[in-house]
Design a binder for this molecule. Sequence first.
Ligand SMILES: Cc1cc2nc3c(=O)[nH]c(=O)nc-3n(C[C@H](O)[C@H](O)[C@H](O)COP(=O)(O)OP(=O)(O)OC[C@H]3O[C@@H](n4cnc5c(N)ncnc54)[C@H](O)[C@@H]3O)c2cc1C
Length: 401
Amino acid sequence: MTLRRIVVVGNGIAGLTACDSLRAAGFDGELTVVGAERHSPYSRPALSKALLHGSGGLAAHGLPEPTHGADELLGVSATGLDAGARVVTLDGGGSLPYDGLVIASGSRARRLGGGPQEEGNGHDSSRELTLRTLEDAVQLKELVAARPSVIVVGGGPLGMEVASGCLHNGCDVTLVTDGEPLVRQLGGYLSGIFASAARRQGLRIVNGPKARLCSGSTSGSTPGVALPDGTVLEADLVVSAIGDEPNTGWLEGSGLLTGGVLRVDSRGRVRPDIVAAGDVAFFPTQRGLTRVPLWTSAIDQAKAAAVGLLLGDIAPALELQPYFWTEAFGLSLKSVGYTPVEGAPGFREQGSDDDSALLRWEHADGSGTAAALNYRIPVPKLRRLANTGSKAVRPPQPVTA
Ligand SMILES: Cc1cc2nc3c(=O)[nH]c(=O)nc-3n(C[C@H](O)[C@H](O)[C@H](O)COP(=O)(O)OP(=O)(O)OC[C@H]3O[C@@H](n4cnc5c(N)ncnc54)[C@H](O)[C@@H]3O)c2cc1C
C-alpha cells in the first residue's frame, strides 16, 4: 500500500527521530506528530544533570529546531486507536486518519504513591516528586534552591543523579535503595565506585526494600518514607526515582497489546502499517524481548522503525548495542554494550587520576562491554573497545627476541 499520510504519536526523541528518518528515507507525504507536551522535543537526560547541577538558565535541555516539516499538534494527546479503521482519536474530540502509524508515546515515572500522575488519580504530588518532564525539573530546581532535606527513593542512575544534584545544591540527602545503588544496572564493580564517591561526599544511603510513602511523625504535612522494619524517615521533600511505565493507556482496546505490553519485531513493526519505538516498546535484543529505556536506544529504534514502516521486510533489522551514560558525585561514566557487568573488568587502563579508567568486560557469549570512567574517549573508539578488545586502544607491541 502507498503511504500518503503518516501519524506519529509522541513528540519525544523517538517521535522526532522517526519523523527525521521518514523524511531521510524519502517519505514526502503528509506527516503529523501529536505530542502531549507543549514543547518541541528536548533532551530528557539533561534534566537530571545540567538542570540540577547547572547554575545558569534552563538552556541545557534544548535540541535543534525540527526540520522534518511535520504538522505538530503540541499539547494534544492521543486517547484511542481504531487499528481496523486506521484512525487515532484525540483529546478534545478530534481524530486523525492514517495510512501508517508510529507509536512513540514513551513512558512516565512510576510513583511510590501508585498510579500515573497524568491520569489524575487523586495522587498528592506535593508529597512525592518525580523527574520526567521539563516542568518536573523546573519545580525540583526551584524547591532545591531553598536547601530542603531530601529523601530520594531509588538507587538507579536517575536516583543517583538527583541525589548528587541535591547534595551539590547544599541539601541534606538520604538515598533509600533496595540493595547497593546502581548494582542492578551496572554490576558490583562500578556500583562500588559510585557508592564510595557518594558516601565520601556526604550521601546517607539507607537500604530499604519495599519503601512506602507515608506522613512524617512530626507533622501530618511532612512527607515520610516507611520501611518494612517500621522505620519512618522524614524530610522536606521526597523524590522518587523508581523506574518508568510505558504510556500504553491510549492503546487499550486497540488489540495491539499482548499481556498489557506493546511488542514489536526487529524492524519495529507491530503490524505492517504500525511501528513503535522508544521507551514504549518491547523489542527483540540479544537479552530477549525487552524494553531498553535509554536515549540512544530510542534513537536507534526509531530509525529502524521508520524504515521498517516504509520498506517492510527488506528494511534492515535493528541490532542494538546499548550505549549509556551517567554523571553523579563527580564521576562521569559512558558505557557501550550490555550491563550489568559481572566481577572486575578483564581490561583496565588507568587514566590521569585515581578515579579515571578505561575498562572492558568480556561476556560468556564473546561479546564485550566497554566503559570510560572520567576518561575522555570518542564513543566510536569506546565501541571498538567493546567489540574488538584492547587492540582498539593499545597498538600491538613489537615482539622482542
Ligand atoms: C531525568 C531523566 C534522565 C535520563 N537520563 C538518561 C541518560 O543519562 N542516558 C540515557 O541513555 N537515558 C536517559 N534517560 C532516558 C531517556 O531520556 C529516555 O529513554 C528517552 O527520552 C525515551 O524517549 P521516547 O521518545 O521513547 O519517550 P519520551 O521521552 O517519554 O517521549 C514520549 C513523548 O510522548 C508523549 N506522549 C505520551 N503519551 C501520549 C499520547 N497519548 N499522545 C500524545 N503524546 C503522548 C509524552 O508526553 C512525551 O513527550 C533519562 C530519562 C529521564 C526522565
